[in-house]
Design a protein. Structure first.
Ligand SMILES: [Zn+2]
Length: 360
């Protein structure tokens, strides 16, 4: 019987899989009337704004933002952080400066908002052997945390996150001047060295190094002989990243140096790699503020629940559930869930719920 079913069904899957044409992508399910909060998403590749249900959008973010073989509790923590991020923008509590997509709440550019992929495209990319398993994990992470967001003293938080902290996360104000939040504080982040993107080595010719700096600082003067002797790291942030670095007569922030040389992080050392070559080694991947995705995976694999992960990376926060149905109309006007005691309730402790990872 099983063989017959497989014989009949498998060709169907294959035909269906091959039938995903470009005209169908991205595949977006119609939001369910009265059931979904609607989010407006600027699809960067398509250059258009699409409307979709918030929970469907979150599935696409989890699928795009985190490897699906990460612990299920990490995937859930990702879903909660992504939902909080999105809801903060939907309700206009948080907005990007010089917002390039005023007609949409978020965009699909991961360097600006959050990465997102539609279900069909994700499944096609994963391949037929993994597609259903992976999508099931993503769906489960989102459905088991449905509507849950993060608050600090009753206010929705700005749920920033990054790929790999390199061992310690950052205080928000050390990365963005003037951006400070009591819940975005530096914490040790274990197990990062086991995650992807922990250490990256970049080699650059000294001539190119100076040239690149000169593009940004035309008046820079550096030692013509030993370039390294003119480079000095002055101080470090609490998260262990370079705070300021002096090169010749110019002093710049570590974050600025990172940007100029497109480095994975501002946690770097510079060494000589040869006669005319410098070697820049970075630890971590991303700005380092808020939840580390690799750190979340490490916690999940060691028995941490999504709630423990969230409360570890965002200090002093609580989890609450937003109403995904009743406030639909109000939400569009920015008057959605007010996070008063009437409209929210505290999600009970989920404990050490690590049973899922053995089932995958
Ligand atoms: Zn954006």
């Amino acid at each position: 019987m099983t063989i017959i079913v497989i014989t009949i069904l498998l060709p169907l899957f294959i035909v269906k899989g091959c039938g995903i044409g470009i005209e169908e992508a991205p595949y977006i399910e119609k939001p369910k009337e009265g059931k979904d909060l609607i989010i407006k998403v600027y699809l960067k590749d398509e250059d258009r704004v699409a409307e979709m249900g918030l929970e469907e959008y979150i599935k696409g973010v989890v699928a795009a933002e985190m490897p699906t073989d990460f612990g299920i509790e990490a995937l859930k923590a990702q879903a909660v952080a992504a939902r909080t991020y999105a809801y903060g923008r939907m309700t206009k509590r948080y907005a990007a400066a010089n917002n390039p997509h005023p007609d949409a709440h978020v965009c699909t550019d991961h360097t600006h908002c959050q990465a997102w992929v539609d279900r069909k495209t994700a499944m096609k990319k994963w391949g037929i052997l993994n597609a259903f398993r992976n999508w099931n994990r993503v769906s489960r992470a989102v459905e088991e945390t449905e509507g849950i967001v993060i608050v600090y003293e009753g206010e929705l938080i700005n749920a920033l996150y990054h790929a790999n902290s390199g061992g310690r996360t950052e205080n928000a104000e050390d990365v963005w001047e003037g951006v400070s939040a009591p819940y975005l504080r530096s914490v040790a982040s274990n197990g990062e060295e086991e995650g992807p993107g922990y250490r990256t080595v970049t080699e650059i010719k000294t001539g190119d190094f100076i040239e690149t700096l000169r593009d940004h600082y035309p008046d820079i003067r550096v030692a013509s002989g030993d370039l390294l002797s003119g480079i000095r790291i002055n101080d470090y942030t609490e998260g262990g990243r370079v705070k300021t670095i002096s090169i010749g007569n110019v002093t710049l922030k570590g974050t600025e140096f990172r940007k100029i040389f497109s480095l994975k992080s501002a946690n770097f050392i510079i060494e000589r790699a040869g006669e005319n070559t410098l070697k820049i080694t970075t630890l971590g991947n991303g700005h380092g503020v808020g939840m580390s995705q690799c750190g979340a995976d490490y916690m999940a694999r060691n028995g941490g629940s999504f709630e423990e992960i969230i409360k570890y990376y965002y200090k002093g926060v609580k989890l609450v559930k937003i109403n995904l149905t009743e406030d639909r109309g109000q939400e569009a006007r920015g008057k959605g869930n007010s996070f008063s005691h009437r409209s929210v309730y505290i999600v009970p402790n989920s404990g050490n719920n690590n049973i899922w990872r053995w089932e995958m």
